[in-house]
Design a protein around this ligand. Sequence first.
Ligand code: THU
Length: 139
Amino acid sequence: MPTQVALPDAGWRELLDCALGARQRARAPFSYFQVGAAVCASDGRLFGGCNIENASYGLTVCAERVALWKALSEGAAGFTRLAVVADSPQLTPPCGACRQLIWEFCGEIPLLLADLQGRWELASSRELLPRAFDAGFLT
Ligand code: THU
């Protein structure tokens, strides 16, 4: 990806670079589809994740979830933004399962969807998962 793609602010650049770095470590020997993600915690820490596939295909974990699990297991609580990067004809959004988890753990946050050609788009977690089910229904 070109290094000087204009993003809304330097924070997005840093987060996208984290996601790009994580993508380099993708374990995708079955789909060959490498994805990187990164979340920014409320305390400013960045956590990157890549997709990890294995021979029992259904146990694959998406990059977004790896980033989130890393962050949560390191004590992060609250997130301000998330980036996803892949090399696809159209910008890759989080899958349905990840949308649910992003909503539950991050709430309403902006997401940057980006590719290796320098294309990007901002979306929001609420926009990606309208009428979400969450813990609010369990009370
Ligand atoms: N994948 C992700 O990691 N994140 C997404 O947003 C979409 C899909 C992964 C899962 C699997 O390893 C591969 O991409 C193909 O579905």
